[in-house]
Design a protein around this ligand. Structure first.
Ligand SMILES: Nc1nc2c(ncn2[C@@H]2O[C@H](COP(=O)(O)OP(=O)(O)OP(=O)(O)O)[C@@H](O)[C@H]2O)c(=O)[nH]1
Ligand SMILES: [Mg+2]
Ligand SMILES: [Zn+2]
Length: 218
């Protein structure tokens, strides 16, 4: 019985996410569902990505947090349209929460919508929001065992950014293991080693993302 209930929730969410997707397609909006554990550097990556691509694309952001508006405030400072979702305890964003933000945006001006999910390695990957791609961030202090222990996020993502590479000298992060285990789960995963603090490695990420958006728009 329990399994049926969970399945129904996911089915209902899939239908809403598919409706969101159709709406985004109608406006040629490329949508990223950005996931990681708390503090891995999602908002830092969003800030860096905005700075790199804002001259080329209209960008908007949806911030998901259990409470408060710290992340949305950071994005608003850059002059980018942003809506904060407060999930009030829920540990992921779902399609319906995304739909609730629609009145706040002018879709005709958006080419790229970045959804920063709630910091959580478990269920964000189960709930589609209408994204084109999921992107996963793993930071070096978290440890290289995370792909093997939390496989779904890595399986579902198109890109994996290994962030906080500047801390490699101070943490025991087995980079080869992280790469190997991630690729064993998902051989098509595009892996980028970056530091959102120093900016190292971000050019390759931005160039890859730019190509995905270009291909989608054509
Ligand atoms: N050393 C180092 N620190 C980083 C890097 N990227 C982010 N940080 C720091 O890590 C902390 C968390 O970064 P955020 O970007 O807020 O992380 P987040 O994933 O958005 O956090 P939540 O939204 O709370 O889950 C901040 O103090 C950042 O300055 C990095 O590449 N290197
Ligand atoms: Mg954040
Ligand atoms: Zn959840």
């Amino acid at each position: 019985m329990k399994v049926t209930v969970v399945k129904n929730v996911l089915d209902a969410n899939n239908r809403i996410a598919d409706d969101n997707r159709k709406l985004f397609d109608g406006h040629k909006m490329f949508v990223i569902n950005l996931m990681s554990s708390p503090g891995a550097g999602k908002t830092s990556l969003v800030e860096r990505t905005i700075t790199a691509l804002r001259d080329k694309y209209g960008i908007a952001v949806i911030e998901g947090d259990i409470q408060d508006t710290f992340d949305a405030d950071r994005i608003a400072k850059l002059g980018i349209p942003v809506v904060q979702i407060n999930t009030g305890g829920a540990c992921h964003i779902d399609g319906n929460m995304i739909r609730e933000t629609f009145p706040s945006f002018d879709f005709s001006k958006i080419d790229l919508l970045i959804v920063e999910n709630v910091g959580n390695l478990v269920c964000p990957a189960e709930f589609k929001v209408g994204e084109n791609i999921k992107v996963m961030l793993l930071s070096t202090p978290e440890g290289a065992d995370k792909p093997a222990k939390y496989p779904l996020m890595f399986q579902e993502s198109s890109a994996l950014l290994i962030n906080k590479m500047d801390l490699m000298a101070y943490v025991d992060f087995d980079l080869e293991k992280a790469r190997r285990d991630s690729l064993a789960l998902n051989k098509d995963l595009n892996i980028f080693e970056v530091s959102c603090k120093t900016g190292a490695g971000l050019d390759a990420w931005v160039a890859w993302l730019d190509r995905q958006i270009d291909a989608f728009k054509k």
